[in-house]
Design a protein around this ligand. Structure first.
Ligand SMILES: Cc1cc2nc3c(=O)[nH]c(=O)nc-3n(C[C@H](O)[C@H](O)[C@H](O)COP(=O)(O)OP(=O)(O)OC[C@H]3O[C@@H](n4cnc5c(N)ncnc54)[C@H](O)[C@@H]3O)c2cc1C
Length: 388
């Protein structure tokens, strides 16, 4: 590979995309749209987390690159915290839901008839960085590449965990029309706070159908909540809070997401880690969709410009410090998350609060936001973390 990014022998730049979940799919869509130089992209996925079973939600302002795969948009969100139940007008933001099958459709249409892209079902066993390129070991075969975008193995030395987010989601159908189809519930703390800071999330798909998810911030070493207890918490929420007499569970989704506020070392030689393993999940919220999409756009712009994927923005250290302080405090004070949400999403500055959670705010905007937060606790946690 020459310094300009063209290959020495004039062949296309060979890129292996390891994993075609959210990050791999976003990268492929962006490479297809933005790169005009010769590239040859091989996408490898073993199907262990079928993209068709997944769905993501995120908020964003204005039109969004993922909009062709978005199946529902909402202008309002409900938040129940601190004993107050409020519906927030999103003030220019829209909350969006994207289904995995629609993301797959977007990848298919972005690459249709484009012979620069090939797709292979296979298990990535290891990635070996060599002086002359990279070898991606797929089902016993070494596949050569100039660059690897890896969302499956990640670095050998990930930063320590600050917390984990445990999800127990039930896709339910109810006898009564208990859901407001125009208003997802982002956070509702009217659920037992047993294993850590817990809330319920509701993503409606009609008045009688929704994903109802019990979500808990766990300390790094804590065991995940007992599934029966989480299912019972969802059932109690449906019955006691929403007044639903009967419900049928159509599908269950369980997962635990690692939350890390310290930056991940994304680059190892010719390998760039993307997605959750690249540290792109926002530690304080568990959201990653918009960040992963923005990162994919930066990667594709870098490939278009330089012939390599490395010219991408680094981590935002100020916001990460705040995330670490918040998560560190939850260990001794699980109620801090509810108090923070209650103050941040009180309905008076929703757009700034959502921008803050997206790391899009300036320090001056943050000063005005922090005026209402449980600042003493957070500042003490920040000082402890800095002193470490
Ligand atoms: C249950 C859950 C719900 C979430 N909901 C949201 C949400 O609503 N909004 C949001 O912004 N974020 C959400 N997140 C956080 C984040 O957006 C997701 O974790 C996101 O899927 C991360 O994208 P990724 O590409 O890194 O991983 P994935 O989407 O999991 O993709 C990894 C891919 O790699 C494949 N794979 C794994 N190992 C191998 C291997 N060795 N070889 C080959 N292929 C392999 C898998 O089959 C999969 O397709 C959620 C996370 C979880 C766990």
């Amino acid at each position: 590979m020459s310094r300009s990014g063209t290959t020495d022998r004039g062949r296309p730049v060979r890129i292996v995309v390891a994993g075609s979940g959210l990050a791999g799919s976003c990268v492929v869509v962006q490479l297809a749209a933005r790169v005009r130089r010769p590239i040859s992209v091989l996408v490898v996925d073993d199907g262990s987390r079928p993209v068709d079973d997944a769905a993501w939600a995120f908020w964003a302002r204005g039109p969004h690159t993922l909009d062709p795969a978005v199946s529902a948009r909402f202008d309002r969100l409900r938040v129940c915290a601190g004993g107050r139940d409020r519906v927030l007008d999103l003030d220019g933001y829209r909350y969006r839901r994207m289904r995995g099958a629609d993301l797959r459709g977007l990848v298919e249409s972005a690459t249709a008839g484009d012979d620069r892209f090939a797709f292979r079902t296979g298990h990535v066993e290891r990635i070996e960085d060599r002086p002359d390129g990279v070898a991606v070991h797929v089902d016993g075969e070494a596949v050569p590449a100039d660059w690897v975008l890896d969302s499956v193995l990640g670095p050998p030395d990930p930063p320590p965990l600050d917390a984990r987010l445990a999800f127990h989601g039930l896709y339910v159908r109810t006898a009564d029309p208990v859901f407001d189809p125009s208003t997802p519930t982002l956070l509702d703390f009217r659920t037992p706070q047993v294993d850590g800071a817990s809330f319920v999330y509701v993503l409606p798909d009609g008045p009688r159908r929704a994903l109802v998810e019990h979500t808990t911030f766990l300390a790094p070493e804590a065991t995940a909540p007992d599934p029966d207890r989480s299912a019972a918490a969802v059932a109690a929420y449906l019955h006691d809070v929403l007044g639903c007499r009967e419900h049928v569970v159509e599908r269950v989704e369980r997962a635990t997401l690692p939350l890390r506020s310290r930056p991940t070392r994304r680059r190892r030689g010719r390998v760039l880690t993307v997605g959750e393993r690249g540290g792109l999940v926002k530690a304080a919220t568990g959201y990653a969709c918009d960040r992963i999409q923005r990162d994919a756009a930066a990667i594709a712009a870098s490939v278009a410009r330089h012939g390599h994927p490395l010219d991408v923005p680094g981590p935002d250290r100020r916001h990460r410090l705040l995330d670490g302080a918040l998560l560190g405090s939850l260990r001794d004070d699980p109620g801090l998350w509810e108090r923070t949400v209650d103050a941040l999403l009180d309905g008076t500055r929703t757009a700034t609060a959502l921008a803050f959670l997206d790391e899009d705010t300036t320090p001056i905007e943050e000063v005005s936001l922090f005026a209402g937060l449980p600042a003493g606790r957070l500042v003490r946690a920040l000082a402890r973390r800095q002193g470490r």
